[in-house]
Design a protein around this ligand. Structure first.
Ligand SMILES: Cc1cc2nc3c(=O)[nH]c(=O)nc-3n(C[C@H](O)[C@H](O)[C@H](O)COP(=O)(O)OP(=O)(O)OC[C@H]3O[C@@H](n4cnc5c(N)ncnc54)[C@H](O)[C@@H]3O)c2cc1C
Ligand SMILES: NC(=O)c1ccc[n+]([C@@H]2O[C@H](COP(=O)([O-])OP(=O)(O)OC[C@H]3O[C@@H](n4cnc5c(N)ncnc54)[C@H](O)[C@@H]3O)[C@@H](O)[C@H]2O)c1
Length: 511
């Protein structure tokens, strides 16, 4: 069975989300001779497992080949662990505001709770038991992976443990843990093999002091001085979290500022907050090597300077997991960076072979991987499909405060010469923010200068990941600033600022 070639555009794909995997359903066995053929999916991350569910719903027999664990890097090493760690860090950040809100942690209560050596009147602060934090992180990730495995089993998806390799468009070889190889015949193949941390040749991770983000959850004690190399989203999230947890953090950034790809106002605000919290940010500093010392590490920069720490975390990007996948042999085209080339319905250049997620490099987000996987299966199995659009994709950087974005960035609007208007309000003027002791953050909206249609937005603030949703609706459904301004908001609420910024855009339009 080959893929359908015409693109239909009726049903919209679901909201791009990594699915909840808790819903109960009866076990469905795959039919021996499924009407929609056999789909083999290599990689069980969000790109792969979400596709598997869709393919089963569309009547295919489905086999997922996964070598590490279901849920992929997203669940086992990247999204889930980092956001669970950040949940603890966020609590610490909120606790820092407690005295301002009239909350005291007094010595007596702490002694009762088991703190030792604190006499009455002793000033106390919360501290971190990193072993306990990381045990929670790993247990949560592993439970989520188990949930996904159970959900796939309930839906009748076959899961094979091993490493998959494309032999040709209709055959996948699987090498099991025992080294034995067997073949799976496929009508459709989906490659969803993700990406792995980039490693500098002279800074090989050792799992103890020189680390990638996947190894951070094996630490039992808070690093005394953590050097974080790379100030992209991963570096910024870890540097911010470890500062909140109480570590002394040095962030080595090769660029002029942290988060170089993000809204400039948001990035500047985060950098200011980072330094206010005691983080050392070294800009225009590129690391070239790292080595162990007797009790720590030394990181060497390209200009010869050195930075000492107890540990170093390299967050210098990822490489697609596409080597050894048989792409060349099967004639699948890859980009110079090694990503699988796909179109907007996740097709590669080889008929019947699709790809989704980080191995395609389209937009490395779990939500996008899941959407690409779903689209691939709908297309391959002849269901209605709407090609991937990145227009209404929202994303969030889980720093404190969070940075949430949707739609076009200001840089992109400038690049494309779009005639736009923008308004911004700081959260410090919002009554709810004042009550909560929140000072940092803002709402910024971009609207088309002619039509008033909302083109993009940035929200910086606590739980910005939640507040961005009305603006995602606005961008997705092409609402105007006036339509957003007319909607009622609760008083007092953070979302009041969103409506107020939308009102400001109206005033500007009639200036
Ligand atoms: C630290 C960090 C935090 C992040 N936080 C977020 C976030 O908050 N929100 C968000 O949306 N995104 C986040 N991301 C991005 C997100 O993790 C990825 O976009 C997502 O994991 C991509 O999903 P995927 O299915 O393409 O690949 P993965 O999740 O990487 O899964 C790929 C799977 O394929 C398996 N595999 C690879 N090769 C083979 C083979 N040959 N045979 C068998 N199996 C194979 C791997 O073992 C893996 O399990 C984060 C990334 C990082 C690094
Ligand atoms: N919250 C989220 O959704 C989330 C979190 C983490 C990652 N992600 C996804 O993963 C993608 C990749 O993010 P990332 O931060 O892992 O990688 P990245 O490639 O975006 O950032 C790596 C940074 O390291 C810098 N760098 C590279 N080599 C260096 C060196 N030798 N010394 C110092 N700096 C160096 C680069 O200039 C870059 O700024 C993001 O675009 C995002 O889509 C998402």
């Amino acid at each position: 069975m080959g893929p359908v070639t015409s693109e239909q555009t009726s049903a919209a794909p679901d909201q791009p989300q990594v699915p909840a995997v808790t819903a109960a359903s009866t076990v469905r066995d795959a039919p021996d001779d499924p009407p929609a053929g056999h789909v083999v999916i290599v990689g069980g991350g969000p790109g792969g497992y979400e596709a598997a569910l869709v393919a089963r719903r569309l009547g295919a027999r489905v086999t997922v080949v996964e070598r590490a664990g279901l849920g992929g890097a997203a669940v086992l090493t990247d999204v889930v662990p980092s956001k669970t760690l950040i949940a603890t860090a966020e609590w610490m950040t909120i606790a820092d505001r407690a005295p301002e809100l009239g909350i005291r942690l007094d010595a007596l209560a702490a002694v009762g709770a088991g703190a030792s050596g604190a006499g009455p009147g002793t000033a106390l602060r919360h501290s971190i038991d990193l072993r306990a934090v990381n045990a929670r992180v790993k247990a949560l990730a592993s439970a989520q992976s188990d949930d996904i495995r159970a959900r796939l089993a309930r839906e009748g998806v076959d899961v094979v443990t091993g490493t998959g390799r494309l032999l040709d468009p209709g055959r996948v070889a699987v090498t099991g843990e025992d080294g034995r190889e067997h073949e799976l015949a496929a009508d459709v193949v989906l490659l969803a093999t993700g990406a792995t941390p980039r490693v500098l040749p002279d800074a090989r991770p050792d799992g103890e002091r020189i680390l990638t983000w996947t190894e951070m959850y094996d630490l039992d004690e808070l690093p005394e001085r953590l050097v974080v190399v790379g100030s992209g989203v991963t570096g910024a999230e870890f540097a911010g979290a470890y500062t909140s947890l109480g570590a002394d953090v040095v962030l080595v950034s090769s660029r002029d500022r942290v988060l170089p790809g993000e809204d400039a106002d948001a990035a500047e605000l985060i950098e200011r907050i980072f330094t206010q919290r005691g983080m050392t940010v070294m800009s225009r500093s590129r690391a070239s090597a790292a080595r162990r010392t007797a009790d720590g590490v030394v990181v060497t920069l390209e200009d010869g300077r050195t930075v000492e720490g107890s540990h170093v975390l390299f967050a210098v990007g990822s490489v697609p997991t596409t080597r050894g996948l048989g792409l060349e042999e099967a004639g699948v085209r890859v980009t110079p960076s090694g990503h699988v080339e796909v179109d907007k319905v996740s097709r590669t250049n080889v008929r019947g072979v699709y790809a989704a997620g980080d191995c395609t490099g389209v937009l490395p987000l779990a939500s996008v991987a899941a959407t690409q996987g779903r689209i691939a299966m709908s297309h391959a199995l002849g269901d209605a499909v709407r090609p991937l659009s990145l227009r209404g994709i929202s994303a969030n950087i889980f720093t404190a405060p969070e940075i949430a974005t949707v739609g076009l960035s200001e840089a992109r609007l400038r690049e494309t010469g779009t005639h736009y208007r923008t308004s911004t309000l700081p959260l410090s003027r919002n009554p709810r923010a004042k009550m909560l002791g929140v000072r940092d953050g803002f709402v910024k909206i971009f609207a088309h200068a002619g039509t008033g249609t909302i083109l993009g937005a940035v929200v910086v603030g606590p739980r910005a990941s939640e507040s961005i949703f009305p603006l995602t609706l606005a961008v997705t459904h092409r609402l105007t600033a006036d339509q957003v301004a007319e909607a009622s908001t609760v008083y007092p609420s953070m979302s009041g600022t969103i409506a107020e910024v939308a009102r400001m855009l109206h005033q500007r339009a009639i200036d």
